[in-house]
Design a protein. Structure first.
Lengths: 244, 370
C-alpha cells in the first residue's frame, strides 16, 4: 500500500468499501497521472461505479485513502474541477437539450454551451425537449453536461452506451483531444474497442484490481492476440488465485 | 380469460408488497391512526358553549334564568360585568353573553323583555347551542314567577347581536377561509415532495451532489422556484374564493395572502425534507395520510381545537395548519389585523415552521448516495 502523495491527478491507496455483507472494493490501489486516459474494465457488479463514486465523495469508505487533484477526499472544493457522468443519462427530461447544458454550466459557474453541444454533435437538436431525444442522443447530451465547464478530471461511467460506432469514434477523438489539453479521464467500460483507446487499463473483478497496463501489455501478459481474450484469461487467473 | 395469467398478476403484486414493508405497514397503520383521531374528536360530543351573563334584574326572573342555564349541559355559564364580557367575547373565551335588564321581571307583562344576546358568530354550532339552552331554560324559569293568567307565557324572541359576521354567514363562509390554507398546503406539499424525489430517482441529484453546489443552495433554490408557482396559485385561490365563490371576508386580503405564502413555504420545505425518507414517488405520496390527514382533522377546520381532549390539543398545537386555520378565521371572519396578538402569533409560528423545515431539509440532504 502506497501513501497517496505526489503529482498524480488521482491516487487511491488500500480502498475498502462494503455494503453490508457485500464487499464492493477490496483494497484498491490506483495512480493516474494528469493527462492520462485510464480505462476501468470489468463485468457488471465488479466495483467500477463504486470506485468512481468514492472518487467524487458520493460514498464513504471504511478504509484507505483517496486523493483527487492534489486534495484528500472527501473535499467539496475539488468538485468544481471534476466532470462526473453517471451511468444512466441523468438529465432533466422536460427542458431542452440546450437548457440542460446551460444548467450544468451555471452550477459550475462557467462553461461554453455551444462548444459542449458541438462536441457531442447535438447543435441541431439544441432546442429539442430532452425527453424526445433518442437514448444515444441523451447519452451524448449527458456527456456535454459533463464536459461543459472544462473539468480537469473527467469521471465517465460507461459514457457511450447506446451510441452508434461512428459517433463513438468521433466522441473518443474529442476525449483524446481533451486529454491532450491536459485533462485526466477515467472511464469505465466493458466495450473492448473503447478499451483500446485508453492509455492504460485496469481490470477490476470482485472489487480488486487484477491487472493493470496498456492494452498491449495486458495482451502480452495473458498471451493472447485479442483484448477480449486477455480480459477473460486474466479474470480466470484472478479467480483461480482467489480459490483456497 | 386465463386463470394462470391472471394469477400471475396477483402473485407478482403480493410479492411486491412483501418487499415493500413500508407500504404494507402504512396500509394497516394509517386507517387505525385516522379512525382513531376521528373517534377522539367526535366521541366526546361537542363541549358546551361558553356563555357569559350580566344579570342586572332586580326581580327574581333573572337569577332563576341563570340557575336554569347553569343546569343546562349545552352551555357553561359565567357571570361577569359588561366590560369583562365584551373583552372575553373579543378574546374568544366566550361564545356569547346575555345581558338581563334591570327591569326584566317587571317587563314580563309588557311582552318586550329587553334581553340582549351577543354572540361571536364565527361558530354557528355554539350560537345554536346558546339559543337552544335559552329556549329550554326560559319556560322553566318563568314557571315560578309568572302569575297564572289565561294567556300563555310570553315568547322568548331574542335576536342575536353578532360580533363578527352575521346570520347571513353560511357553512361555506365559515369553512372556506381555513380551506384555502388546506388547499395550498396540500397541493404544494405533494408537488414539491414528488418532484424533489424525481431528482433522486432520475439520478440528477447524484450529479448535483458531485458538483460544487451546496446542499443549502439546492434546497433554497428549490424553495424559490416553487415559491414562484405557489404565489401564483395563492393569488388564483384567493381570487376564486373571494370574488367567484363570494366567500365572506371582513379582513385584509394581503394578510390572507401572507398566510398562504408562509404556509406554502413550510409545505415546500417539508416536502423536500420528507422526500429524503422515500425511495420512490409511491412512497412519497404515502406520507399524505400521515402528514396531511391528521392536520385536516386536528387543525380546527372541522372541530374547534379547544373542544379536543387536552392531550390531543398538544398534537394540534404543533401542526402548522392549526395556526393557518386560526389565522385565516381571525382575518376573514373577525376582520383582525396585525394589531391582534393572536394573529401575530399565528404568523410567527408559520414563519418559524417554514424556517425549521428549511433547516431540516438542508441538513438531512446527504451528499452521499448510499
Amino acid at each position: 500500500m502506497t501513501k497517496p502523495t505526489g503529482p498524480e491527478a488521482v491516487r487511491v491507496a488500500g480502498l475498502h468499501k462494503s455494503f453490508g455483507p457485500l464487499v464492493a472494493l477490496d483494497g484498491i490501489d490506483l495512480a493516474v497521472p494528469p493527462g492520462q486516459v485510464y480505462g476501468l474494465l470489468g463485468p457488471n457488479g465488479a466495483g467500477k461505479t463504486t470506485l468512481i463514486r468514492c472518487l467524487v465523495g458520493l460514498l464513504h469508505w471504511e478504509q484507505g485513502e483517496v486523493e483527487v487533484l492534489g486534495r484528500r477526499m472527501p473535499d467539496e472544493s475539488v468538485l468544481a474541477e471534476i466532470g462526473y457522468m453517471t451511468q444512466a443519462a441523468a438529465l432533466y427530461g422536460d427542458i431542452t437539450a440546450e437548457d440542460n447544458v446551460r444548467f450544468f454550466a451555471a452550477i459550475h459557474g462557467t462553461g461554453d454551451i455551444d462548444a459542449a453541444l458541438r462536441f457531442v454533435h447535438l447543435e441541431d437538436r439544441r432546442r429539442s425537449v430532452t425527453a424526445t431525444l433518442s437514448g444515444g442522443m441523451r447519452t451524448r447530451l449527458s456527456l456535454a453536461c459533463t464536459i461543459v465547464h472544462r473539468p480537469r478530471l473527467l469521471l465517465l461511467d460507461e459514457p457511450t452506451v447506446g451510441v452508434d460506432p461512428q459517433l463513438r469514434a468521433e466522441l473518443w477523438d474529442g476525449l483524446r483531444a481533451m486529454a491532450a489539453d491536459g485533462a485526466t479521464i477515467i472511464v469505465s467500460s466493458h466495450v473492448m474497442d473503447e478499451a483500446e483507446r485508453c492509455d492504460r487499463l485496469g481490470l477490476i473483478l470482485d472489487g480488486r484490481l487484477l491487472a493493470e497496463g496498456s492494452a498491449d501489455e495486458l495482451r502480452t501478459q495473458a498471451g493472447t492476440d485479442r483484448l477480449e481474450d486477455a480480459f477473460l484469461a486474466l479474470a480466470a487467473q484472478g479467480t483461480r488465485a482467489d480459490a483456497p | 380469460m386465463s386463470l394462470r395469467r391472471t394469477l400471475a398478476i396477483t402473485r407478482r403484486l403480493l410479492a411486491q408488497f412483501r418487499h415493500d414493508h413500508r407500504t404494507l405497514a402504512l396500509l394497516f397503520v394509517a386507517p387505525i391512526l385516522i379512525l382513531g383521531i376521528f373517534a377522539l374528536l367526535f366521541e366526546n360530543g361537542t363541549s358546551p358553549a361558553a356563555l357569559g351573563v350580566e344579570n342586572l334584574d332586580r326581580g327574581g326572573l333573572g337569577s332563576r334564568l341563570v340557575t336554569r342555564l347553569e343546569a343546562s349541559e349545552l352551555v357553561a355559564v359565567e357571570e361577569a360585568s359588561r366590560p369583562e364580557l365584551d373583552q372575553s367575547l373579543e378574546d374568544g373565551e366566550l361564545d356569547g353573553f346575555l345581558v338581563l335588564p334591570a327591569d326584566l321581571t317587571e317587563r314580563l307583562g309588557s311582552g318586550e323583555l329587553g334581553i340582549e344576546l351577543h354572540v361571536r358568530g364565527t361558530d354557528p354550532g355554539s350560537t345554536a347551542a346558546i339559543q337552544r339552552a335559552m329556549a329550554q331554560a326560559f319556560p322553566e324559569a318563568l314557571a315560578g314567577v309568572l302569575p297564572p293568567t289565561g294567556a300563555g307565557p310570553p315568547a322568548l324572541d331574542v335576536e342575536p347581536i353578532y360580533r363578527y359576521g352575521g346570520a347571513e354567514l353560511d357553512t361555506l363562509d365559515l369553512l372556506g377561509g381555513p380551506f384555502i390554507g388546506l388547499v395550498v398546503f396540500f397541493l404544494v406539499y405533494v408537488v414539491t415532495s414528488v418532484s424533489f424525489l424525481r431528482e433522486r430517482t432520475l439520478g440528477t441529484l447524484e450529479r448535483l451532489m458531485a458538483s460544487p453546489l451546496r446542499r443549502s443552495e439546492i434546497v433554497v433554490g428549490y424553495m424559490a422556484g416553487f415559491t414562484v408557482i405557489a404565489l401564483v396559485q395563492a393569488v388564483e385561490v384567493l381570487v376564486f374564493s373571494v370574488w367567484l365563490l363570494d366567500l365572506y371576508n371582513a379582513g385584509n386580503l394581503l394578510l390572507v395572502f401572507l398566510i398562504e405564502v408562509l404556509l406554502a413555504l413550510g409545505a415546500i420545505n417539508l416536502g423536500i425534507f420528507l422526500s429524503t425518507f422515500a425511495r420512490s414517488e409511491f412512497q412519497a405520496v404515502q406520507f399524505i395520510p400521515l402528514v396531511i390527514t391528521p392536520q385536516i382533522l386536528l387543525s380546527g377546520l372541522l372541530v374547534p381545537v379547544a373542544s379536543e381532549p387536552e392531550w390531543l390539543q398538544l398534537v394540534s398545537n404543533v401542526m402548522p395548519l392549526t395556526y393557518a386555520v386560526d389565522g385565516l378565521k381571525a382575518i376573514m371572519l373577525e376582520g383582525r389585523g396585525l394589531e391582534s396578538g393572536g394573529l401575530l402569533t399565528d404568523l410567527a409560528v408559520l414563519a418559524g415552521f417554514a424556517v425549521l423545515a428549511l433547516l431540516a431539509a438542508s441538513t438531512t440532504l446527504r451528499r452521499t448516495v448510499a
